[in-house]
Write a protein that binds this ligand. Structure first.
Ligand SMILES: Cc1ncc(COP(=O)(O)O)c(C=O)c1O
Length: 389
């Protein structure tokens, strides 16, 4: 079955007892047992719940994995995976442009337990080859990266890591399984913040890990049960409901984002635009190879500094000033002051997370309204004329 069919029908047959077309929400913490230890496959909802397991099953199918586990947040998925796989003395190679919360957890918490994270620019796979040490346990990629939408060549890095027996993980949140399938490129574990495109409606927080094969299945199930960062059944049901339209929504996000990126690229108040679907993106060729379209996220630098960026944030009317991404409504944010506030100022400067950088999550409203909204907000930026220079 194709993606859009799987998203609706995989693991989601009409309820055999009642005929309900939509799977029920099993809002229960525990399950009756016929005899001690004899039950229908579920005993306690931290260790499994039919609604949560349905979501996990669909995600495994959409990512082409063998197993999946769902969590209360993307960060919950990250923490559980790290607890499951790392031991003191391990080295973690991680992209230098990852989500701020991933940076915070690995540098401020995971490092306390003797695991050493090392952040490198993974846009050049050679950097990964050079940084591998005998104790490197995992190569952790995020692509496209947040907020600068740099790409990492998944296949090339997997080849380097696999040759040394190192586990690979990709945070596939920005692309979603509709645009990119890291497991097909050889990756061992795919991580998602399902809060974003998978849920798609900005009304639920969740995360997931999808496993390529059986290798980490027992250890991941054990740590899921032991750590307890579980989603509740209602949240999982909401996520399942959103997931059914992921393909349709992504088509709309991508088409509108491309159109807005083209518009912004020629706007006199815009210094630069970062969007993998634009031929001007330095890794456009890789985007065409690795992704099915450019995605719904755009970063741009306005001409000027923080004051000009703040003026745009204040002036937009259809875009909402808010963190997060991947919902049907368009959002705008200032990475340096919001999502990446916890990143050290020197690191931010080195990465190019400047005061005039804005990030857009392009929703599925009419693109004409989105364009008009950005146009009226960008008008407020005074563009230096040749005469005034
Ligand atoms: C790329 C990426 N990964 C992981 C996360 C963490 O997900 P959550 O907020 O669901 O914990 C986020 C959140 O913004 C993200 O953008």
């Amino acid at each position: 079955m194709q993606f859009k069919t799987l998203a609706i029908h995989s693991h989601q047959q009409p309820d055999p007892v009642t005929g309900a077309v939509i799977n029920p929400i099993y809002q229960t913490s525990t399950f009756a047992q016929e005899d001690a230890g004899v039950h229908k496959g579920w005993d306690y909802s931290r260790c499994g719940n039919p609604t949560v397991d349905t979501l996990a099953g669909v995600l495994a199918d959409l990512e082409g994995g063998k197993h999946a586990y769902c969590f209360s947040s993307g960060v919950g998925a990250l923490v559980t995976m790290c607890n499951a796989l790392f031991a003191p003395g391990d080295h973690l190679l991680i992209g230098d442009d990852v989500y701020g919360g991933t940076f915070r957890y690995t540098t401020k918490v995971l490092s306390k337990y003797g695991v050493e994270p090392e952040f490198i620019d993974m846009t050049n796979p050679e950097n990964v080859a050079r940084a591998i040490r005998p104790n490197t346990k995992m190569v952790y990629m995020e692509t496209p990266t947040n907020p600068l939408l740099k790409l990492v060549d998944i296949k090339a890095i997997v080849k380097i890591a696999q040759a040394k027996g190192i586990t690979t993980c990709v945070d596939n949140t920005f692309a979603s399984p509709y645009l990119q399938n890291p497991i097909a490129l050889g990756v061992d574990i795919v991580l998602h913040s399902t809060t974003k495109y998978i849920g798609g409606h900005s009304d639920v927080i969740g995360g997931a890990l999808v496993l390529k094969d059986d290798t980490f299945n027992d250890v991941m199930r054990f740590h899921r049960n032991t750590i307890g960062a579980n989603p509740d059944p209602f949240n999982s049901w909401l996520t399942l409901r959103g997931l059914k339209t992921l393909g349709l929504r992504m088509d709309a996000h991508c088409a509108s984002a491309l159109s807005l990126a083209q518009f912004l690229e020629t706007h006199p108040a815009v210094e630069s635009v970062f969007y993998p679907g634009l031929p001007s993106h330095p890794q456009h060729a890789l985007a065409q190879k690795q992704m099915r379209a450019g995605g719904g996220m755009i970063a741009l630098r306005v001409k000027g500094g923080e004051a000009e960026a703040r003026a745009v944030l204040k002036a937009v009317k259809v875009f909402t000033l808010a963190e997060s991404l991947g919902g049907v409504e368009s959002l705008i944010e200032h990475p340096a002051l919001m999502t990446h506030l916890s990143v050290d100022p020197q690191v931010k400067a080195a990465l190019g997370i400047t005061d005039n950088l804005l990030r857009l999550s392009v929703g599925i409203e009419d693109v004409a309204d989105l364009k008009a909204d950005l146009a009226q907000a960008l008008k407020l930026i005074t563009i230096p004329t040749t005469a005034s220079v």
